[in-house]
Structures are given as C-alpha cells and as structure tokens.
Design a binder for this molecule. Sequence first.
Ligand code: CP
Ligand code: NVA
Length: 308
Amino acid sequence: MSVATLNGRDLLSMADLSVAELRDLLDLAIDLKAKKLNPRCEKILGLLFTKASTRTRVSFSAAMYQIGGQVLDLNVNVTQVSRGEPVEDTARVLDRYLDVLAIRTYEQQELETFARYAKIPVINALTDLEHPCQVLADLQTIKEEFGQLDGLTLAYVGDGNNMANSLMLGCALSGMNVRVAAPAGFEPNAGVLEQAKAIAGDRTEVTLTQDAQAAVQGAQIVYTDVWASMGQEDLADSRIPVFMPYQVNEDLMNKADSKAIVLHCLPAHRGEEITNGVIEGNQSRVWDEAENRLHAQKALLVSVLGVE
Ligand code: CP
Ligand code: NVA
C-alpha cells in the first residue's frame, strides 16, 4: 500500500477525506501498529496549541519521534501569537521552518486561515467545530473490535460538540449508522449534520434525537464526551441537571447491543457523562482508543508528509 496518499494535504475536517482515503488511512494505522512498516523521515512537526492537551500533544510527538522526525512545541504563550501577531503572518513564517503544523484552537475559521497562508500540511488537532484526529483513532478502535465498520451503528450521547460533529462525518464516510442523542439547544452543528447526511446518502442513517435510550437501542458502539468543552468551563455546573438524562451508565448500556463497546475521547468526568462502573467495565475500550491516537496520527503524518 502507498503510504503517501495524502501527500501535502491539510486535514481541517473529517470531510477532507474521501471514503477510500479514510479506509486506507485506517489500514495504514493498523499496519503501523503491527509494525509491518517502518517509515523514516527527518521532518519537523510544529504543535501550535491554544488549549490544554495530554493525548494529542504526546501522541503526535511520540509518533513523530518514532518515525525519526523532530517536534517543536509552540505553546502560544511563548510565541508572538499571544501578543497578537496576525495569523496570516505567523502562518507564512512557520511555513518556512516546518514541514507540518498541527493546530489546536477555538475557531475553525482561524485554522482555515492558517491553512490558506501556510503551504505545508496543516492538521486540525481540535477546534470548537471538529476533532478529526480523535475520530481516526476511534474508527481504528472500532475496526479492530468488529473487523469492519460498514453496517455498524454508533450512538453518540451527550453534548453536540466537536466530537459529535466529527463522528457524524467519520461514521458516514465509513458506512456506519450514527445516532446523536442531545438535549434541546445542544444539538450538533446544523451544517455538519447536513454534510454528514449528504455523505451517507441512502447507504446509512445519520439521525438526531433527544431520547438517549432510543439512540443506544441495539447500537454496537456507545460514545460520550464531556458536557462542557474547553472554553465552556464556567457553564459546567449549570449543565449537569440538563445533561443527567444523557449519562452513559449501566442502565443505558443494557439497551445497547449485547456486544456493545463504550468509547470516550477523554478526559472523562466520572459521575457526569459516564459512570465509573462503565468506563472501568468490560465494555470499555477507552485505553485502546487512547493508544490508537498514536498509530492513527502516525499514519496521518506519514501520509501527508509523503514518507516512504
Ligand atoms: N482526546 C483528546 O484530544 O485529549 P487531549 O485533550 O488530552 O489531547
Ligand atoms: N469536547 C472536548 C474534547 C476534548 C478532547 C473539548 O473540546 O474540550
């Protein structure tokens, strides 16, 4: 298999990938995990993060070091970004030093501006709108569990946030049914929902409900995420009563398929969106999912950098 399919490309949204490109990327991640390939490069990855991160920062760094590359952690507080240097200028300068740039920020628009002004591949390491790198690892985890993605049903229960948006797109591209259960006023992005429905066509279903129990009925994958994302910390307490009917607990899991697994992008708030019993229970795959961030992002780096 060619590992350079995405040579020079950006990954700003899950929708930047075609059905075949996503399938190839997941297969590459699985092969890299099995050490069937040993791609090597001397490239430099920059990590420009405005929000906190454990998994994304460390897995991108480890992946780059494992293929022989280098990483620059560009904490915005020690760059001129924090003093207001325009994105357009920062992007054109970083483009001259780096081979690939992963950005974690708030506005998708800011990421898109970086990508427009930097010629090197720009990767979405999480925005308020999407988290595609997480979904690559999620789909890898599901494929490893069930052997295929096509025809499976994923129920996302909770806040219609960046995870919900990227999962809708990723599932639609993978031939999976996706049901989102979110309280009124916390639905996923309407434009992304329509985009996912368009990708799914009449092959699979993308549905939205306020009924968590109906969403998980017979689902093979139950997915949740925090009720208040980064930047919404002040709203966390007020959201708890609104979201409590969407908690992934033992009762809810009993409605899912008997072979169902539970995923969570982490970090998790035990006792809020997921109970301790479920995240630590035998249906949980969250640690494999977290590990797969390393393999999936290594596949992405190898592919966008054109490493052979
Ligand atoms: N899931 C995820 O992106 O984790 P971090 O915020 O720790 O990177
Ligand atoms: N929805 C969460 C995901 C964290 C990985 C957030 O944006 O904070």
